[in-house]
Design a protein around this ligand. Structure first.
Ligand code: COA
Ligand code: MG
Length: 287
């Protein structure tokens, strides 16, 4: 998902060319408050002029529900966005509140009921950190959870979110882990946070692969050059596909066995499930 500042004509037009699965047209932190009203109009026009979303979904990040700006941002419902990224949530209660707004606004704007999905940025406030287990069954609109390490740092009074060795400090690793676990508990996608060092593709590749190994199914990009790197890292490699086929084969050939050996490695049901999900993902990407 590629973030595009909602008030930048140039960047919005560049979004069209991007192989990102989705753009997130931003009305929040990437837009100066003096430009928010202009950005709302630009984002609405952008959505209205792009009704074919088969190649790229169009999402909008609105302002937090705790601010008056959020309701004004929802003028963009008229452009039938595929979804809304909701920042600075405190819990699933915020997703439920936005769902209620959308139920009314979809009717007013003639948008199909329930069409607009929601992805909260679920680790940006201190209370949010205690509520990552709250999202299961909160709304059929919930499409995923994502996390951020910047706003929570500010909320905690931290001067940096990194340790001296460059790794995220514990509390931010906890945010990442709780986002991943909360998403799994809710049965939705976990979408990894952005990698801010946009001129470091090797670092981005390593970070993306780490995210995928952990269970994230996608990642946020902030610069167009990041999208190909992320897409490659989140696509199963030839080696992975070949190995997964062998794992599935060995279980298929030995239907009575719950555990088998392959190349000197013990395999049991979790390995079979992992292999099946790699093959399912590869089949979806092959379409
Ligand atoms: N979406 C679309 N186009 C973008 C883009 C983005 N997120 N970021 C950069 N571009 C465009 C630039 O306009 C430039 O276009 P040009 O070649 O026609 O001049 C081209 O891509 C190369 O950009 P570059 O010069 O390398 O970067 P920059 O200095 O213009 O911008 C950022 C750097 C970080 C400010 C910019 O990438 C950006 O705005 N990112 C998104 C920020 C955001 O939305 N943050 C909120 C979520 S954390
Ligand atoms: Mg922010």
């Amino acid at each position: 998902m590629l973030f595009v500042p909602g008030d930048s004509e140039k960047k919005l037009s560049k979004g069209d060319e991007s192989p990102a699965d989705a753009l997130i047209l931003d009305l929040e932190d990437a837009v100066a408050p003096s430009r928010t009203q202009i950005a709302r109009g630009m984002v609405l026009d952008y959505l209205r002029s792009r009704t074919d979303r088969s190649k790229q979904q169009l999402w909008v990040r609105i302002n937090p529900l705790s601010t008056p700006a959020a309701l004004l941002d929802l003028v963009i419902v008229g452009g039938a966005p595929d979804g809304i990224v909701l920042p600075k949530v405190n819990s699933a209660q915020d997703v439920i509140q936005l769902s209620h707004y959308l139920e009314a606004l979809e009717v007013r704007e003639g948008v199909a009921q329930g069409a607009i999905r929601i992805v909260p940025v679920a680790t940006e406030t201190a209370p949010a950190m205690f509520n990552l287990g709250s999202y299961a069954n909160c709304s059929p609109r919930l499409a995923g959870l994502t996390w951020g390490a910047e706003d929570i740092a500010a909320a905690l009074g931290a001067s940096t979110n990194r340790r001296e060795n460059g790794e995220y400090d514990h509390v931010f690793q906890l945010a990442r882990a709780l986002c991943l676990t909360g998403a799994a508990a809710a049965g939705v996608q976990a979408i990894d946070t952005m990698y801010g060092d946009y001129k470091n593709p090797a670092g981005l590749e390593a970070d993306s692969k780490y995210a995928r190994r952990s269970g994230f199914t996608g990642k946020i990009a902030i610069h167009p050059a990041q999208v190909d790197v992320i897409n490659a890292a989140f696509s199963p490699s030839e080696d992975e596909i070949a190995w997964s086929k062998r794992v599935v084969d060995v279980f298929t050939q030995n239907p009575g066995l719950g555990t088998v050996g392959l190349d000197g490695k013990m395999l049991d049901m979790p390995h079979l499930k992992q292999a099946q999900s790699v093959l399912a993902l590869a089949a979806r990407f092959a379409k």
